[in-house]
Design a protein around this ligand. Sequence first.
Ligand code: 9D3
Length: 246
Amino acid sequence: MQIGVVSLFPEMVSTIAEFGVVGRALSRELISLDIENPRDHTDDVHRTVDDRPYGGGPGMVMKYAPLAGALQVSRQRVPEGSPVICLSPQGAVFDQAVAERYAALPGMILLAGRYEGIDERLIESQVDEEISLGDFVLSGGEIAAMAVIDAVVRLLPGVLGDDESAKQDSFAEGLLDCPHYTRPEVVGEMTVPEILLSGDHANIARWRYKQALGRTQLRRPDLLEKLDLDDEQRMLLDEFLKEQKR
Ligand code: 9D3
């Protein structure tokens, strides 16, 4: 996948190239990442990328021309037809289904804004989609773009090892994960659930699935409502809720 990013803070975005899954995908040439700075597409001495809003009011607005110039260069670095995706508080909320849709593309351009916003004419004429991380205020689109890149790249074929890939099953199923434990067996007063020490793998799998269902009900009932639980799942959830002490 070829990824383009348009940002006033290219060095912020490029840090994801240094670490972890995205870093490995880059060094193995499974993805390309090209970042274009709108400031390099200005023609005045001050390299102006923003201006005061028509109609007045606080803050500044990103100007059309520097963004259009950066996008023009970015388009040359991604396959023809790659969508321009603007990270914006006005966007549809990003989730795993959107990540999967992007992961099926040969390329995409992520546009990260700063200041109060972007001249609407740039969005109207050049942006295919607007995406938000959710209902909280960031200072700009860069961290959102980095989150999208991370979520998408780890879905690409060959990026994760077999072990890591198998783990994707749980969220893909729409459930929260079960609790995890590792050595030592005792921490102060706290022990490990006995079943995990039993070696009974069928029973362990059943316990984990029950925990996943139960925690999803308690912490994210909105996620469970989207699922159509079968009799077995409802039985496990009932068991969990009966055993529930806290
Ligand atoms: C406090 C400023 N707000 C005035 C009503 C508007 C505003 C403008 C620009 C709020 C945030 C931003 C910058 N945010 C993003 O670019 C952004 C974002 C976010 O703030 N929250 C969740 N997802 C995203 S994606 C891009």
